[in-house]
Structures are given as C-alpha cells and as structure tokens.
Design a protein around this ligand. Structure first.
Ligand code: HSE
Length: 304
C-alpha cells in the first residue's frame, strides 16, 4: 500500500514587533503518515491524546475538507493518519498552524490539486486569520506577510540564517492564543502606532541586511503585544535575564507565548549547557531555521 508522508515545521510568530506579520520556520516537526483506510482516524502519541481529536473534529481533517471544498469537492477519501508530533501544543510554536498546513497539504496530495505555495497560503490564512505562522510553515525560512481578509502579500527571507541558533525556552503550562489575544487593547493612539510600526520596520530592514545584533535589539522593543502578554508568563523577567546573561542578541515571546525564544550567533555547546543548567524547570530546545517548509513524499510501504 502507498504511504504519503507529510512533514510540517514548527513556527515562531511575531519575532517581537512583527505582530501578526513576521514568522519563521524552525527545526522541530509534525510528521503525518497517511494511508488509505475504511474510515478517517488519527493515531496519536500518548502525550497528545488529551489534546488532539482522533476523528473528524481533528483540525487536520477539517483543514483538508475546507481545502477540498474550495474546489467543489465535498468528501475526502478516508485515511488513517499516524501523527508523530515534536511541536508542543499551545506553547507559541505554531502547533495549530502545523495542523492547518498539514491538512491543506493532505488535500493537495490526495486530490492531486497541485497547489502553489501562494494558493496554499491563501487557504491557510482564510482558516487561521493571520499569516505569520502559516506562511513559514508552508515556505520555510522567515516570512513577512500582510493579510486583510482579501489581499495577501508575503516575502520570504532564507539566506544567511545558518549561523543562527534559536533557543526555545518552553514552560510546562499552556497559554491559549484566544486568551493571549483577548488581553490586547482594541485601539492604539496614532503616535503610538507610528512608533510601534517603526520598530517593526527596522526589524525587517535588519533581517534583510542580516544585521543580527540589530535584529536582537529590535525583538525586545515591541509595543504591540509583549508589554501586555509578559504578565501571562510569571517567569518572564527571570528567563529574560538568563537569556541576556548567556549572550543572547535578543529574545521575545514566541507567538502568543508562553515559550520565549533567545537569538544566538555561533552559540557554543558549553554556552548552551550552562544556559540549560540555569533553566532547570523548562524544556530548552536548541533550534535552527527550517528552510523547506511543508514537504511530502510518497513511498510504497514495505510488506511486513
Ligand atoms: N500573531 C499571533 C499572536 C500568533 O501573537 O497572537 C499566534 O497565533
């Protein structure tokens, strides 16, 4: 029997002031092994069972069906999806985007839709509402995007990211994106918004110039969301201090949190070991930029 394998990277959104716009793909993955079956089902790792539905309410299935419906197709041939998930759920590393992008790619492959990245991105934005996680999950690298519900623009950076290390400091509690969005103000004064967008503009220019010291500085200068959300992360000052003390160029709340990410250039193993020693209550992951985005391969499964 043929087996379709889809791999989707974790993503980190905002990078500080790039709220709902900038995101990057990271070397941590969800892998979906998809085989034809009598009915739809999701086979999960034990740790994910409390959080991910095993049937048709699974976001992967719903995103695949949404994609199919765009092409006038109302039913999908049933598959069993075996999911190997290294992306922690509800921690700000794009777990829901992995499901959305995985589902779109599933429909793309099983219905042979031959979607371009731009077409996948438009569908993903219509599901997720903002492009910052789904764009890098589709294209890899760092993406800067804008979407107003109709018009979608997205630019990808991929060069020069190799020497960088992104240290994810992941606490053992969840923060739901809905909760982290609900605490944000509904309005901002004109002068404040001009200032806040200036910070994001400098961040983008620094990314384009690969001026990593400036990227690090700008990550900390966000005015859109971090000042409000840092209160949801009781250890925000401590983790910030540890990342600073160990030589990060900058750090930020990844997506809606609670994971925090520190940016390092040429980080040594010794430096990382000592950082981990100082954050014993956290999962600390040493990550790099994923440059591929979602991938899929078809293989003939071996006879057992
Ligand atoms: N830009 C989004 C946020 C990412 O910060 O709320 C999480 O979906």
């Amino acid at each position: 029997m043929n087996c379709l394998t889809i791999r989707v990277p974790a993503t980190s959104a905002n990078l500080g002031p790039g709220f709902d716009s900038i995101g990057m793909a990271l070397t941590q993955y969800v892998i979906l092994e998809c085989e034809r079956a009598e009915e739809w089902s999701f086979v999960l790792q034990e740790k994910d069972v409390p959080f991910i539905p095993k049937g048709k309410s699974n976001l992967i299935y719903k995103s695949a069906l949404f994609t199919a419906s765009r092409f006038g197709i109302e039913e999908l041939p049933p598959h069993q999806i075996t999911m190997t998930n290294d992306v922690p759920i509800a921690r700000g590393l794009g777990s829901s985007s992995t499901a959305v992008v995985g589902g779109i790619e599933l429909a793309n492959q099983i219905l042979k839709l031959e979607l371009s990245d731009q077409e996948k991105l438009k569908i993903a934005c219509d599901i997720e509402g903002h492009p910052d996680n789904v764009a890098p999950a589709i294209c890899g690298g760092i993406t800067v995007s804008s979407y107003d519900g109709t018009e979608l623009e997205s630019v990808r950076f991929s060069k020069g990211l190799e020497p960088l290390t992104w240290i994810a400091v992941i606490p053992d509690y969840h923060v739901e994106t809905e909760e982290a969005r609900a605490i944000l103000p509904t309005q901002m004064d004109y002068k404040g918004a001009v200032h806040a967008s200036g910070m994001a503009n400098v961040l983008v220019a620094a990314l384009a110039e690969k001026d990593w010291d400036l990227v690090g500085r700008m990550m900390k200068k966000d005015k859109w969301h971090q000042p409000y959300r840092s209160g949801l992360i009781p250890d925000f000052p401590h983790v910030s201090r540890v990342l600073n003390d160990h030589g990060s160029l900058g750090h930020y709340i990844s997506g809606a949190g609670p994971t925090m990410i520190g940016l390092f250039k040429d980080a040594s193993a010794k430096q990382m070991d000592s950082l981990m020693d100082d954050l014993p209550d956290y999962q600390v992951k040493i990550l790099h930029a994923d440059l591929h985005g979602v991938t899929s391969t078809n293989t003939a499964a071996m006879n057992q």
